[in-house]
Design a protein around this ligand. Structure first.
Ligand SMILES: Cc1cc2nc3c(=O)[nH]c(=O)nc-3n(C[C@H](O)[C@H](O)[C@H](O)COP(=O)(O)OP(=O)(O)OC[C@H]3O[C@@H](n4cnc5c(N)ncnc54)[C@H](O)[C@@H]3O)c2cc1C
Length: 495
């Protein structure tokens, strides 16, 4: 039996979905959100984030206006390089090897700040990312990676604020309602979804339009292996176990066009002993993102990436993917006491795989790295370090000479014991392949035509991220395209 569920049904309950729901409601539509997870898991991957949003701004005042209540003292302590729409667009194209869909990338860059302001108007509050995105240089917080604001309370705070706003706006949310099949009517138009209920039953929910925002397929071991390739079955999932590609599958079943980098994904260095999927208490703290300050080696003691190629926001995703290619899918980040005080807070959690020793030999033995290979690598590295001033807040050009791979910035010798090593493997964040959309957020079919009644946003959209990703763009893209998809779906629903 079918029942009318509202004008717009939004599938998923993460950041993209909640932005789509709020945006559709703003247009006057009656909105129902159906979320597969139980309420205890609400928020999808959005919950697991730091809540960091990458947006463009052409003056520091624009950043301050988003926060609202920065004191004069705080403002004076911040050194924030401007980040124009052009710079955002250029970063997207540069890190994706010019493969990103230019229109989607331009929309993301141009709509980023207006969407941040819109989110503020919807009750989302922001604070500067002093801890993770700035180094203290000469008494000031120098922001280094064009990622300046996070939601108050990080990912959990973001999700709480979004659900609070949705409640105030009169948006209904049904948990444990797994969308399972799209309903279609005349000329293939989408007319609702069939959901699976917790008792194993099926329910048909009708609506005028549907927005899919149910994430990628990173938590589906079979799809990961099929599309990303060997070894990806063995990656740890950083976030929710519920993103199993359902939205993508449902849309493909009715003729949607697959699009984007289906063999690509966002992945990072993640604690070697982290569980198979995210732990809501530890959140994103299994990640280990301070590697530009040290060295990364594999079990043979060999380096395999340039740790200092760029600011970490532009390398951490592709280096996560390099780790899975190493023997035992393992790597070790090595630091000495000169930099240990600058490691991010995630290095100080209880759930960490770490060893400390006064000599390189002892450290290698403790971490089960080949001792001879490790000592050879460190000696060659130390001998290759060139003199020059060191500054972790900028690309300081303090590099090695004569070794491969080089370390292109922040190359300090490892000479101050005790030495510390952290064991990591690959943690997958989300997949890059998905559905193709118009700039209005409507899903496109295999014959290049928009599918009436079907919209999409968030991780399940393909075409924006290829091979790499600039940190803080996932939430921003989900918000920009969620807002657009919600608005379009509501307008279409209301005729
Ligand atoms: C540990 C971690 C840290 C991160 N840090 C950042 C950061 O600081 N900044 C940033 O920009 N990005 C970050 N990201 C990436 C970011 O989380 C994603 O880009 C973003 O959350 C994607 O939003 P989404 O709404 O598409 O997906 P999600 O937030 O994952 O939401 C998808 C939702 O759909 C639901 N769902 C799945 N299948 C169905 C179905 N069949 N029916 C109904 N519902 C379904 C899921 O349960 C889930 O709630 C991080 C990710 C992780 C895992």
């Amino acid at each position: 039996m079918s029942e009318p569920a509202g004008d717009v049904i939004v599938v998923g309950g993460g950041n993209a979905a909640m932005c789509a729901a709020l945006s559709a409601r703003e247009q006057g539509a009656r909105v129902l959100v159906v979320e597969k997870a139980p309420e205890a898991w609400r928020g999808g991957n959005g919950f697991f984030t730091a809540g960091g949003f990458r947006f463009a701004f052409k003056s520091f005042e624009e950043v301050c206006a988003l926060v609202g209540d920065l004191s004069d003292e705080e403002k004076a302590s911040m050194d924030v390089p401007l980040y124009t729409e052009d710079a955002y667009y250029d970063d997207l194209m540069r890190v994706t090897e010019d493969l990103a869909d230019a229109d989607l990338a331009l929309t993301l860059a141009r709509e980023s700040q207006p969407t941040m302001r819109w989110m503020k108007s919807q009750g989302i509050r922001w604070i500067p990312m002093f801890g993770r995105q700035a180094y203290r240089v000469g008494g000031r917080f120098t922001f280094f990676g064009n990622l300046v604001l996070e939601a108050v309370g990080g990912g959990p705070g973001l999700i709480d604020m979004e659900y609070e706003s949705a409640k105030k706006a009169g948006i209904d949310v049904r948990f444990e309602a797994k969308a399972h099949r799209l309903l279609t009517g005349a000329r293939g138009a989408v007319t609702g979804v069939e959901i699976k209920t917790p008792d194993g039953g099926r329910e048909r929910l009708e609506a005028k339009t549907v927005v899919l925002a149910s994430g990628g397929f990173e938590a589906n071991v079979e799809m990961r292996t099929r599309y990303l390739g060997p070894n990806w079955d063995l990656a740890r999932v950083r976030g929710t176990p519920y993103n199993t590609g359902d939205g993508i599958r449902m849309a493909l079943e009715i003729g949607a066009q697959p699009w984007g980098n289906w063999s690509g994904c966002h992945a990072v260095q993640w604690d070697y002993n982290a569980p198979w999927h995210g732990d809501r208490k530890v959140g994103d703290n299994f990640q280990k993102h301070s590697y530009p300050l040290g060295l990364i080696v594999n079990v043979h003691g060999e380096r395999f990436v340039d740790e200092g190629a760029d600011m970490r926001n532009y390398t951490y995703v592709k280096y996560g993917r390099e780790v899975i290619k190493q023997p035992r899918r393992a790597a070790f980040q090595i630091f000495d006491q000169k930099v240990v005080g600058n490691l991010r807070e995630e290095y100080r959690i209880r759930e960490v795989t770490k060893a400390e020793a006064d000599t390189f030999e002892e450290l290698a033995r403790k971490l089960e790295i080949d001792v001879e290979g490790f000592v050879r690598t460190i000696r060659a590295y130390n001998a290759a370090v060139q003199p020059g001033p060191y500054n972790p807040a900028i690309k300081d050009g303090k590099a090695t000479r004569g070794i491969a791979p080089p370390k292109s910035n922040w190359a300090l010798p490892l000479d101050t014991p005790p030495y510390v090593g952290y064991a990591v493997t690959t943690g997958i964040t989300f997949t890059f392949g998905g559905l193709r959309i118009t700039l209005d957020g409507q899903v496109i079919d295999a014959e290049q035509r928009p599918i009436p009644g079907l919209y999409a946003a968030g991780e399940l959209v393909g075409g924006l991220f290829y091979t790499n990703y600039p940190g803080g763009s996932g939430l921003m893209a989900g918000s920009v395209f969620g807002r657009i998809a919600g608005r379009s779906a509501a307008r279409a629903a209301k005729g």
